[in-house]
Design a protein around this ligand. Structure first.
Ligand code: SF4
Length: 262
């Protein structure tokens, strides 16, 4: 015999069961007017229903982002129609377009200026992994090398529908968070990302020690030769740092220390 699906009030009773307690007595006349939920649910519902994206675009993907915000797709239904020109008032950074080395410092600086809670969506092949310009001389292989990304939307360019799907995934992530464990109410949990330096090639300041160790101290060629059973003494010796370079480095260190102390 086919089972009869539960009606609305039975389903409601079933959903309420985990929250009901003997000490909570709801009079019959109020049964239809009382809503019981969790603080997390209300907190996350309000955050996801008023998420303001940051107003900026980098390349062709930005055109699709603009189309998504226009009347046909209507971001207003998610409370997202207000694209904020200030990172201080934005919750969501949509990195839409090719990320060049020149733009990375600016993007990281803007990310640091966004207040928590903040989310990042990498839109398109370029922002997620370099896209058609991957390993080009001026393009980075994805913005996630520098700032944490919450959702990736593939495509070149992704359609507005794909972007909307990505935005719904951001909403899902918001809904899974708990007010008890979110990092923005805890001390020293919010990450400040050092702004990368644009030099002959871009580098991450957090990797400075590693870069210095690799390029100046370790005799890489010699250790490879020794590992191969060769004669390390005959392998190319690491380049000596000249006294002039050492003194320049020392001066730079002192200037940086003085600046920090000022
Ligand atoms: S992913 Fe394609 S459409 Fe988007 S910025 Fe890169 S090249 Fe342009």
């Amino acid at each position: 015999m086919a089972t009869v699906p539960p009606n609305f009030s039975e389903r409601k009773q079933e959903q309420l069961k985990p929250y009901l307690h003997d000490s909570i007595v709801v009079p019959d006349e109020l049964q239809a007017n009382v809503l019981i939920t969790t603080l997390d649910k209300v907190y996350n519902w309000s955050r996801k229903s008023s998420m303001w994206p940051l107003l900026f675009g980098l390349a062709c993907c930005a055109i699709e982002m603009i189309a998504t915000a226009a009347s046909r797709y209507d971001l207003a239904r998610f409370g997202m129609e207000v694209m904020r020109p200030s990172p201080r008032q934005s919750d969501l950074m949509i990195v839409s377009g090719t990320v060049t080395k020149k733009m990375v410092p600016a993007i990281v600086r803007i990310y640091n200026q966004m207040a928590e809670p903040r989310y990042v969506l990498a839109m398109g092949a370029c922002a997620t992994g370099g896209g058609p310009f991957k390993e080009g001389y001026n393009v980075v292989s994805g913005i996630d090398k520098y700032i944490p990304v919450d959702v990736y939307v593939p495509g070149c360019p992704p359609t507005p529908e794909a972007l909307i799907y990505g935005l719904l995934k951001v909403h899902e992530k918001v809904e899974r968070q708990s007010i008890l464990t979110v990092p923005w109410y805890r001390k020293d949990q919010s990450e400040f990302v050092p702004v990368p330096r644009l030099g002959p090639d871009i580098f991450d300041p957090r990797q400075v020690e590693l870069i210095r160790e690799t390029t100046m101290k370790k005799p890489v060629v010699a250790s490879v030769a020794a590992a191969d059973g060769g004669d390390a003494a005959h392998a190319a010796a690491p380049k000596e740092v000249s006294n002039a370079a050492k003194s320049r480095m020392e001066e730079a260190k002192q200037r940086a220390a003085a600046k920090r102390g000022a």
